[in-house]
Design a protein around this ligand. Structure first.
Ligand code: NDP
Ligand code: MG
Length: 392
């Protein structure tokens, strides 16, 4: 039996992971499940999968979770520390599917006990890629990408010499506003931004798809995960979301990964790695699809892409500042304090101010420094958002 844990079990990636595990209960011993406010669903999952422990990140939700699990023998925990402790419980395979920088600490804890980390939480790589990959190496643990583009790149690289790679192209659907006139973007509402043309995902990543902050995180994720030079990594808009990424080799070959927009493919690939197993995803009918389109991403529509290039150029802890400022700007947009187009302005202002202060430099990445940078960037982003809101 393989011991598995799922952090962020009640979310979109978490539910898809639970779906795959629940199809073969005889193969898995479920160790820990974590969630947030959706305590009812977390308790249901813990009972269905007979988990050892269920943890909510909110201490005020502990009582309800304990009540729902009373008499089951399942341990209960609450708060970020309890999540990190649950990640220290020995497991062979751990799904990192918390949303945001909160996924970093449990991911590191899982790697420290040698688990294979299936990484959906791209924010950990953006905030602290060097630290995460170094922790994996130091403990002989493996990190497998779950983001569809990065899973596609990893699959195209199997058996290849990485030095023969010339370029990597990750695709972007363009999100909810790819065809909107530019002058309408400031009027876009959170409800409109949260409607993805192809993928069914959590609210935050869906809005990040419309702004391309998601793709900008993924540019940085590609660099941190595979070590490619930023000049080798390209983004192309592909409205059908069927090709997830392409890898170009020095002989001119371009290997594309084609599949339906269903995260169970990338999750299942990471779950069964290095084997391939049957997965319950749609089989594509190429004739029905008929055509695949590609467009150049316009940086006026999606300034986040330019900001990601800045982050890769300046290095240090700028990824942590970028992600934290982005999270705060997204909260401010969702709360209708700032406009859709103000999010990039907030992030840019924070990055510029912190770079001016020398606050983005670091020689050897440490968790406390990453967290300090995260806090500082959040504070600055909140101030910048407040300023924009009062001027409007
Ligand atoms: P969701 O918002 O659907 O789920 C997030 C999960 O994290 C839920 O279990 C939620 O609990 C929990 N959670 C929320 N806030 C915190 C916190 N502060 N501390 C601990 N747990 C928390 O997100 P997704 O599943 O869409 O995304 C998860 C991660 O996977 C993200 O990093 C995202 O970028 C990445 N990803 C997602 C894809 C997708 O298709 N959805 C595709 C590729 C990557 P609750 O809901 O109970 O409050
Ligand atoms: Mg992706």
């Amino acid at each position: 039996m393989r011991r598995v844990s799922i952090f962020g079990a009640t979310g979109s990636i978490g539910e898809n992971t639970v779906d795959l595990i629940a199809r073969a209960p005889e193969e898995y011993d479920v160790v820990a499940l974590s969630g947030g406010r959706n305590v009812a669903r977390l308790a249901e999952q813990a009972i269905a999968l007979n988990a050892e422990i269920a943890v909510t990140c909110y201490s005020e939700c502990k009582q309800e979770l304990a009540a729902r699990l009373s008499g089951t023998g399942i341990d209960v925990g609450a708060g970020p520390e309890a999540i990190a402790e649950a990640a220290e419980r020995p497991a062979d395979w751990v799904m990192s599917a918390i949303v945001g920088a909160a996924g970093l600490a449990p991911g590191l804890a899982a790697l420290e006990q040698g688990a294979t980390l299936a990484l959906a939480n791209k924010e950990s790589l953006v905030c602290a890629g060097a630290l995460l990959m170094e922790t994996a190496r130091a403990h002989g643990a493996q990190v497998l990408p779950v983001d569809s583009e990065h899973s596609a790149v990893a699959q195209a690289l199997v058996g290849e010499d990485i030095s023969s790679v010339e370029r990597v192209i990750i695709t972007a659907s363009g999100g909810a506003f790819r065809d909107w006139p530019l002058e309408d973007l400031p009027k876009a509402t959170p409800e409109q931004a949260a409607k993805h043309p192809n993928w069914d995902m959590g609210q935050r990543i869906t809005v990040d798809s419309a702004s391309m902050f998601n793709k900008s995180l993924e540019l940085i994720e590609t660099r941190e995960f595979f070590g490619f030079d930023p000049s080798q990594i390209e983004v192309v808009v592909h409205p059908q979301s069927l090709i997830h990424a392409l890898v170009g080799f020095n002989d001119g070959a371009l290997m594309a990964h084609v599949g339906p927009p269903d995260m169970r493919h990338a999750i299942g690939y990471a779950l069964h790695h290095p084997e391939r197993r049957h997965l319950p995803v749609e089989r594509l009918d190429l004739v029905k699809i008929g055509r695949l389109d590609f467009r150049e991403p316009c940086e006026r529509r999606w300034p986040a892409l330019r900001l990601a290039r800045e982050v890769m150029r300046s290095g240090g802890v700028s990824g942590a500042a970028f992600n934290a400022a982005k999270e705060v700007a997204l909260d401010a947009f969702l709360a209708r304090q700032i406009r859709f187009t103000d999010m990039a302005a907030v992030v840019e202002e924070v990055l510029e101010a912190m770079e001016r202060d020398g606050a983005l430099k670091c020689d050897r990445m440490r968790l406390d420094h990453v967290m300090e940078t995260d806090h500082l960037a959040r504070k600055r982003a909140a101030e910048a958002a407040e300023q924009i809101a009062t001027e409007a």
